[in-house]
Design a protein around this ligand. Structure first.
Ligand code: NAP
Length: 236
């Protein structure tokens, strides 16, 4: 491949917002690696892209499995020798209807944190050496308005706690990486028509992906350590 072609990894990319982020990145002539738990779903997503004459590749990645994150890193190093963009999109919303902090099953909280917080942490740890190698990187964490402390309300406690923690990961990592050329930001896609958001959500995956792609392709003087919706900074 040509030396200046950017390489992007999107987690949980075989459906929903992740799939659309992968599509929009591929349209910008970025080498996109869709990752997910299920190879058959991944291949179906690649076929949909191919129908639009967009090229991408699939690699297995359950974000809860450190050995798979490491295998991905080794594969990326072998195939491309670099990674420019990581979109930590994979996420779960496991709170039952009406869930409250006072009564929620802690196993639900743990399972949510495992995917939504430890997942991005593990994947980031695994691939960061590739970004450091080229002295350049963009990490985008798919957070949520439900993780905004400013407007924190009752309901969906496991999910809210996980997105607050993900935002803390964004800020602390951005501070750690200051001056390295690697930028880390959180974004809220809004309420989106996906399996998670449901059919009555007002936003399309296309609209939701826009800010993620913008953050993934920020210029060198772009922000780091922020929280964004619709390309605008929002309060934590
Ligand atoms: P979705 O339709 O439910 O898709 C979730 C994706 O995450 C799927 O590809 C799923 O893969 C993947 N995933 C789940 N657990 C995984 C794991 N352990 N390893 C790898 N992949 C895993 O959700 P979405 O609406 O596209 O949401 C994407 C992101 O946006 C999430 O982080 C979500 O919290 C955030 N968000 C969504 C909304 C909304 O309204 N939809 C609002 C705010 C924030 P499988 O097919 O294997 O399950």
């Amino acid at each position: 491949m040509a030396g200046n072609e950017r390489v992007a990894v999107v987690t949980g990319a075989s459906r929903g917002i992740g799939r659309e982020i992968a599509r929009q990145l591929a349209r910008r002539e970025i080498r996109v690696v869709l990752t997910g738990r299920d190879a058959a779903k991944g291949e179906a997503a690649l076929s949909a892209l191919a129908a639009e004459e967009l090229r991408a590749r699939f690699h297995e990645l359950d974000v809860r499995k450190p050995e798979q994150a490491l295998a991905l890193m080794n594969w990326l190093d072998h195939e491309y020798g670099r990674l420019d963009i990581l979109v930590n999109n994979a996420g779960v919303l496991l709170d039952p209807k009406g869930a409250r902090v006072a009564t929620i099953d802690v196993d639900i909280v743990l399972a949510t944190l495992e995917t939504n917080v430890l997942g991005p942490l593990l994947v980031t740890q695994a691939v960061l050496p590739l970004m450091r190698k080229v002295g350049h990187g963009r990490i985008v964490n798919l957070s949520s308005g439900l993780g905004q402390l400013e407007s924190m309300e009752a309901g969906t406690p496991a999910y809210r706690i996980s997105k607050v923690a993900l935002n803390a990961l964004t800020r602390t990592l951005a501070a750690e990486l200051r001056g390295t050329g690697i930028k880390v930001n959180s974004m809220c896609p809004g309420w989106v028509r996906t399996d998670m958001g449901g059919a009555s959500a007002p936003r399309s995956p296309e609209e939701a992906a826009d800010t993620a792609v913008w953050l993934a392709t920020l210029p060198d003087d772009g922000p780091s350590g922020g929280f964004f919706r619709d390309r605008k900074q929002i309060p934590w």
